[in-house]
Ligand binder design. Structure first.
Ligand SMILES: [Zn+2]
Length: 197
């Protein structure tokens, strides 16, 4: 009886948590919003070079830094959950990782910690060493907040406020993590950065 009750409550909660996105008349984002976001962001970030590929992926969105420009891989289901401003934020956040050279810095740190000559060898070695891994996690958590901060500033320079319920809700729980280290700061620490005056 109790568990049935809890299940109904949970069901109601899931229904309710989906409501704000749609009741406010905000539409789910599409490919057009991505293309628009790239053009918009290019105005805030000179020399930005970014391609976005929509494909089913284990992470919701992740960026790879390539010689011929960055590639952002994004899950179509994740895109559908975002508002258009949410798309702009996600793309800005991901591009900030490239702009701030986070991948390179994590690789260099890993090599230093493991005493290995390549990032791949270093990450492999560190994966078996939880104490060292935590040092990389800590660095990565800071990088995620730095990416939020850069994204928030870029959006502000375009006249877009990132600190809105729609944007925060659409990016909440978004695993926008860099592929190397599976660690992310939570909703509240991100909200603090994004909504800081
Ligand atoms: Zn990130």
């Amino acid at each position: 009886m109790w568990s049935a009750h809890v299940r109904i409550l949970r069901f109601a909660w899931i229904l309710l948590s989906g409501v704000p996105l749609f009741s406010s008349g905000v539409q789910a984002a599409t490919r057009t919003d991505i293309d628009h976001a790239i053009v918009q962001l290019g105005k805030a970030v000179p020399n930005m070079k970014l391609e976005v590929e929509l494909t089913k992926t284990w992470s919701r969105a992740y960026v790879s830094d390539r010689i011929d420009g960055a590639l952002l891989t994004m899950d179509p289901d994740f895109l559908n959950r975002l508002t258009p401003d949410g798309v702009l934020f996600v793309i800005a956040h991901e591009y900030a990782h490239v702009h701030l050279e986070h991948q390179k810095k994590l690789g260099a740190k890993a090599m230093e910690l493991a005493g290995m000559p390549t990032p791949d060898m270093a990450f492999d070695a560190i994966e078996r060493n939880p104490a060292t891994m935590e040092k990389l996690h800590a660095m990565n958590r800071q990088f995620e907040l730095d990416a939020d901060e850069a994204a928030t500033k870029w959006l502000a320079s375009l006249g877009v406020v990132a600190c809105t319920e729609d944007v925060l809700r659409s990016i909440d729980g978004a695993d926008m993590m860099m592929p190397v280290v599976p660690s992310h700061p939570g909703y509240y620490s991100r909200r603090q950065i994004i909504c800081r005056k």
